[in-house]
Structure formats: structure tokens, C-alpha cells
Design a protein around this ligand. Structure first.
Ligand SMILES: *Cc1c(COP(=O)(O)O)cnc(C)c1O
Length: 424
């Protein structure tokens, strides 16, 4: 690639007319699978077919004056990979197109994206109103650190629209939720929350990690910012950590400066893994959801299971909402919670551990969104550090097991779960 091309292609805000995939960057007239496979790629003069990895920390200038121009803002272009990197940008452009956002900003992890969101959109004295069911570390970040910097934090039942409306305060600046949520796969009414936010000048931020754009595009439903832990389904094979924010140019510019100043940047290698992961995201999600629907049917009919938390079940309170909100047919995600039933005075935690320990194939791990099925006991792992009240608030009971249904043959997944459940 020539030096002048390097500068053009690194401009984040204009699209070089020579880019063959400009239209794909904008998501115009292309289907979702085409965007997933092709958007955001820029071929260099080498003519490579697949997306390369740009492992470089810095970039060269044509002259001292050219360097100065990059710093005084008269020229835009790559300066340092903590700011911009071509591999990271390919991932950002592809994800932005899939989420139907103007721009995406990649981060080192999902938590990095959530921290960036806090630093970009909240300040001391503001109120952060969050769903009561969240990824454990998100609750830890809000309670331990945002509170420390003077941000007021409170939580509401994520499925209760009236509770959301009642909890809004004059200083509420951000409403934050996951849909489906962790670990109970509860659904938030994103359209409703969007109206509530617009009426009160609040930003709606949705963690779309469990649904992914293959199932749901929160920006289309009225959200302002989408958060991703790319570590999960965007990679899909549990290899690397990463995260992202997606939204309007203006909101992403604020996030970008936080990432750049705070060093929360994604590595080029990880960006490359995620870029390739996006190519198969929809196909994987279809297969994940297909398996999950069958596992949920098995669990709901098992005598030793008291409750299955999964919106794909027709009698789930959020079934109709999820059906409306998810654009993939029969796509309710592949993460579910279920509670073991114990007839005598046996401890529900012991019973849950028995089911987990009886598996032979399924991985006992806290990760999720992987090709491999994973099983977790949230009360003693992902949500262990929360206070007992915060755990109760999040609905994390001792008998609760979280399952992330993978891509193995579904009969084998069911057989593995049955081992412990049948012998309870
Ligand atoms: C894993 C996860 C996160 C955090 O992402 P990391 O990449 O582990 O930092 C945030 N939100 C949800 C819903 C998650 O599952």
C-alpha cells in the first residue's frame, strides 16, 4: 500500500471512493449475511483475498511536516495502534454495518466497553439506572467503581416497564440493560425503554451479547448504544477477549477518545479473529438456537427441574416480546437458566453441583457463547462476589444452573444433562 493510500484509508470519518466495499460499509442494499462476510474489508496493493493482520504499534509519516499535520489535526490518519489500527477498523466497520450503526469502537474486552460507556457518558452526580439482571462484573463495576466516582446507581426489575418509569430521576443519564439478560435470559422491552429515554433525555445502552445482531438489532429498536462482549458469540469459539460499542458518530467519537486516552484498545490479532467470527455468526446462531430450543424442551419436561428461564418457551412471560423483538425465526438465544428441584430437605446448591459434576462432555466453565456447551453455577462463581442481597435481586438462587448451549449434537448435550438430573 502506498503511503498516501495509508492516510486516506485511515480517515475514520470519510469513505475513500476507491474502496470497493464502501456500499457494504454503509450496509446499503445488501443482506445481512453478505455484510457479515464482506463489509469493512480494504484490500492493500498486495491483492490479498482474506483480511490481513496489521501487527504494528506505530505508523510512519512522509516528512516531519506530515507528522506535525497528523498531530495538529489538519490530517487524519493512523498515528499509533492505541488509537487506530487497520485490522481493528475492519472489525469495527463490519460490526457497525451488522448492528446498523454509524460507527463501532472496539475495546480490549466486554468490560472495557462497559467501562468506556461509563467514562464517556456519566459524571459525578449523574444517575445510572440499570436492569437488576446483569453480567456479574457489570454490577461490580457499577457498585464498586462508578459509585466511588460519585455516580448514583440503582436497579430495577428488567421486565417491569412500570418499575423502569418509576425509577427515573431528574439526574438519570443512562439506562443500561441486557436482553436477553445474564443469567436468567430475561427480556427487556427495548422499544418501550427507548420511548422512556427519549422523553427524559436519557441514553439507552443495551448489552447485545446474548442475542448478537443475528437475532436482534437494538439500534433499530431505538437504543442509542449497543455494547458487545465480542469474547462470546462474535468469536464463538472461546479464543480471545474483546468488546465493542456501536452507535451514532457523535456518541462513538466520545467513546473513541476514552478508549484512546485510557488504553482500552483491542489488539489487531483479536480484531482479526472477531472479523472472521462475524462471517459465520448468523449460521452459528441459527444452530445454537435450534439446539437450545430442544434442550429447553427437555429441561421443562424433566421431573427434577422446577423452573426453566428461557424466553423460547411458549409460556414464558416474555415469549411474545422476544418473538417480536428478535428478527430470527425461532431465535431466542442459546443461554438459559434452570433450577433443580429437590424433594426432601437436600440443599439446592448440592443438587445443582451434582448435576454439574455428573456431566462428562459439557465444560464446567464460566465462559459462554462458545461452540462447546458450557455449564455454570452462578451463585458460587460468576455472581459469587455480589452481596447476598444483590444476588437475590438478580434472581440468582442456589439451585440455579446456567447453560450455554453449544454446537455439539443436541442428543449428546441432553444425554449429558440427564446423567445428573435423572439421579437426583
Ligand atoms: C462476558 C460478558 C461481559 C463482559 O465481557 P468480557 O469480554 O468478559 O470482558 C459483558 N456482558 C455480558 C452479557 C457478558 O456475557
Amino acid at each position: 500500500m502506498s503511503q498516501s493510500q495509508m492516510q486516506d484509508e485511515s480517515n475514520l470519518n470519510t469513505l475513500d471512493p476507491n474502496w470497493r466495499n464502501d456500499a457494504l460499509d454503509l450496509g446499503l442494499d445488501y443482506g445481512m449475511q453478505t455484510i457479515a462476510v464482506r463489509a469493512g474489508q480494504h484490500r492493500t496493493d498486495e491483492g490479498e483475498h482474506s483480511e490481513p493482520i496489521f501487527t504494528t504499534s506505530s505508523y510512519v509519516y512522509q516528512s516531519a511536516a506530515d507528522a506535525a499535520a497528523h498531530f495538529d489535526g489538519t490530517k487524519t490518519g493512523n498515528v499509533y495502534s492505541r488509537h487506530t489500527n487497520p485490522s481493528v477498523r475492519t472489525f469495527e466497520r463490519r460490526l457497525a454495518a451488522l448492528e446498523n450503526g454509524e460507527r463501532a469502537v472496539a475495546t480490549a474486552s466486554g468490560m472495557g466497553a462497559i467501562l468506556t460507556m461509563c467514562l464517556a457518558y456519566l459524571k459525578a452526580g449523574d444517575h445510572l439506572l440499570a436492569a437488576n439482571q446483569l453480567f456479574g462484573s457489570s454490577i461490580g463495576l457499577f457498585n464498586n467503581y462508578m459509585a466511588k466516582f460519585g455516580v448514583e446507581v440503582s436497579y430495577v426489575d428488567c421486565f417491569d416497564n412500570e418499575a423502569w418509569a418509576k425509577a427515573v430521576q431528574p439526574n438519570t443519564k443512562v439506562i443500561y440493560c441486557e436482553s436477553p439478560s445474564n443469567p436468567l435470559a430475561q427480556i427487556c422491552d427495548i422499544g418501550y425503554l427507548s420511548q422512556l429515554c427519549k422523553a427524559n433525555d436519557i441514553l439507552l445502552v443495551v448489552d447485545n451479547c446474548f442475542a448478537t445482531p443475528a437475532l436482534q438489532r437494538p439500534l433499530d429498536l431505538g437504543a442509542d448504544v449497543v455494547i458487545h462482549s465480542a469474547t462470546k458469540y462474535l468469536d464463538g469459539q472461546g479464543r480471545v477477549l474483546g468488546g465493542a460499542l456501536v452507535g451514532s458518530d457523535a456518541l462513538m467519537q466520545e467513546a473513541f477518545t476514552v478508549v484512546r486516552s485510557g488504553g482500552i484498545s483491542m489488539s489487531p490479532f483479536n480484531a482479526w479473529v472477531f472479523t472472521k467470527g462475524l462471517e459465520t455468526l448468523k449460521l452459528r446462531m441459527q444452530a445454537h438456537c435450534h439446539n437450545a430450543n430442544q434442550v429447553a424442551d427437555f429441561l421443562v419436561n424433566h421431573p427434577n427441574v422446577s423452573t426453566v428461564h428461557f424466553s423460547g418457551l411458549s409460556d414464558h412471560p416474555a415469549h411474545e416480546l422476544a418473538t417480536r423483538q428478535h428478527h430470527m425465526k425461532d431465535g431466542y438465544g442459546a443461554i438459559m437458566g434452570f433450577e433443580v428441584k429437590v424433594s426432601d430437605s437436600r440443599d439446592t446448591k448440592e443438587a445443582a453441583w451434582h448435576v454439574i459434576d455428573s456431566t462428562q462432555m459439557v465444560s464446567i466453565t464460566n465462559n459462554l457463547g462458545d461452540a462447546k456447551t458450557t455449564i455454570t453455577h452462578p451463585a458460587t462463581t460468576t455472581h459469587f462476589r455480589l452481596t447476598a442481597e444483590a444476588r437475590a435481586e438478580a434472581g440468582v438462587k442456589d439451585g440455579l444452573i446456567r447453560l450455554s448451549v453449544g454446537l455439539e449434537d443436541v442428543e449428546d448435550i441432553i444425554k449429558d444433562l440427564a446423567r445428573g438430573l435423572d439421579s437426583l
